[in-house]
Design a protein around this ligand. Structure first.
Ligand code: PHE
Length: 339
């Protein structure tokens, strides 16, 4: 019995010496010290030992157990230190190296220019309003006094969802929606996406952007329209910018005008951007037609107003010297990164 114990001790100490990782350590503990381990097995045989030998054997067994447990703990400490050392050697970070920067996006040029335009109009006391892109025929055409046979109603120009529902072709339907919801004085701008069934080329896109303006109050005149647009143009394109109103026709304004600004590139001298005219058309506008006021629930005898609609894509292209509208929609990161 004694010999057996000594043999197990020798064997266990040898095995412990060879142990070189933490998982094997647990196997070792189970094999020698566990409930079903070698040492326990021997102690079960104590009943066959003569009573006067028992205390000695018992003491020896406990001594061996104690010493193995102690050495196991020591080995565990050593192995844990080694494991930590290894981990630290693998995971070191050089804090003097520059960090890895996260990729940072930038605003789309249309967003930059839209925000700038909103800022300018807010500075003149305008609020920002909003309306749906999927619109009823009533708001897009009917309430705006656009007759049934008007060419812009043709399926060649308008995306219809059914007879009654379409993708809005301009931001003007929000004029009616605003009038329905608010009492004068009204002073809003309405930025938004609009749709027309156009073939894609350098100057056309089936999706583009407008910013609508609507002012309704007592005694509003065409002079107010000109003053607001002139102030806007000077803030947007520079103090030396001039504005010019050309007579035009829209069913929902009377009188109507198209508005040109002096070319911001050549300052009126003539260049390729302004087709050598010195002027660039940026918007349509006029005095809100009495029928349109009526359709919006506003008495044209008491109130008058003006409205305008400008092309955001056009203004963005002028501002940044972009010569192809497609660039605004292709989302090419090499293009967008420049803004
Ligand atoms: N809705 C017109 C267009 O898309 C522009 C406009 C708006 C004209 C408001 C007059 C008044 O061309």
């Amino acid at each position: 019995m004694k010999d057996k114990l000594e043999k197990i001790k020798e064997e266990a100490l040898d095995a412990l010496k060879d142990l070189n990782n933490l998982e094997n350590l647990e196997d070792f503990r189970l094999k020698y010290l566990g409930k079903k381990g070698e040492l326990t097995k021997i102690l079960r045989g104590m009943k066959d030992v003569s009573p006067d030998e028992r205390p000695e054997i018992g003491q020896l067994a406990n001594k061996i157990r104690g010493s193995l447990e102690k050495q196991l703990i020591e080995k565990k400490d050593v192995l844990q230190d080694k494991a930590l050392e290894y981990k630290l050697s693998q995971e070191w970070v050089d804090v003097t190296m520059p960090g890895r920067r996260p990729a940072r996006g930038s605003l789309h040029p249309l967003t930059i220019v839209r925000n700038e335009i909103i800022d300018i109009f807010m500075g003149m006391g305008f609020d920002v309003a909003d309306g749906p892109e999927v619109e009823l025929d009533y708001y897009n055409f009917e309430a705006l006094n656009i007759p049934k046979n008007h060419p812009s109603r043709d399926v060649q120009d308008t995306f219809y969802i059914n007879d009654n529902i379409l993708l809005r072709t301009h931001t003007s339907p929000v004029q009616i929606r605003t009038m329905e919801q608010e009492k004068p004085p009204i002073k809003v701008i309405i930025p938004g996406r609009v749709y027309r069934s156009d073939e894609v080329d350098a100057t056309h896109s089936p999706i583009f952007h407008q910013i609508e303006g609507l002012v309704i109050d007592k005694d509003v005149t065409m002079a107010d329209l000109k003053g607001v647009l002139d102030t806007f143009a000077k803030k947007m394109f520079g103090e030396d910018t001039r504005t010019k109103l050309r007579p035009h026709h829209f069913p929902f304004t009377e009188p109507s005008a198209e508005v040109d600004v002096s070319c911001a590139i050549c300052h009126g001298e003539g260049c390729s951007v302004c087709s050598h005219t010195g002027w660039i058309e940026i918007l349509g506008g006029g005095m809100v037609h009495p029928k349109v006021l009526q359709n919006g629930g506003i008495d044209p005898e008491e109130y008058s107003g003006f409205a305008f609609g400008m092309g955001l894509d056009r203004i963005t292209n002028i501002k940044y010297g972009i010569d192809d509208i497609r660039l605004l929609f292709e989302n090419d990161i090499r293009f967008l990164k420049q803004f």
